[in-house]
Design a protein around this ligand. Structure first.
Ligand code: THU
Length: 128
């Protein structure tokens, strides 16, 4: 699974997003340590805080299937390529199953594709 293929998977699942309130669809695709790929999209709710991010769904799918660690995670925003850096909460969610060098790929605020390591994206992170 190449980075491009992972990004394509994130783009594809974006189309399943349920985002009637924000209109901002997000797709996430992750490659786990067993070589499996898990995808998900954001699922919003009329009670806004109950909405879930795409990354949360992909991580839940990995855990449910027995995956332990994230090797690479790609995030895509919108049907077209909109900037979609993982939100702060999702950085912590990813951290739970990441190593320092887990790679996270997304489109940055300057409309360029970026690859960060976990430690770059969330330095000095809280861990138990
Ligand atoms: N969203 C994600 O799915 N992941 C992120 O990392 C950032 C934000 C979603 C949540 C909400 O449904 C929409 O994007 C707009 O904030």
């Amino acid at each position: 699974m190449t980075d491009d293929e992972l990004l394509q998977a994130a783009r594809a699942i974006c189309e399943q997003a349920y985002c009637p309130y924000s209109g901002f669809s997000v797709g996430a695709a992750l490659l786990d340590d067993a070589g499996n790929v898990h995808t998900s999209c954001n699922v919003e709710n009329a009670a806004y805080p109950l909405g879930t991010c795409a990354e949360a769904g992909a991580i839940a799918a990995m855990v449910a299937s027995g995956g332990k660690r994230i090797v690479t995670l790609a995030v895509a925003g919108g049907e077209t390529d909109r900037a979609c850096p993982p939100c702060g909460g999702c950085r912590q969610r990813i951290r739970e199953f990441a190593d320092a060098n887990t790679r996270i790929i997304f489109r940055g605020n300057d409309d360029n594709w970026l690859t960060f390591s976990m430690d770059e994206l969330l330095p000095e992170s809280f861990q138990l």
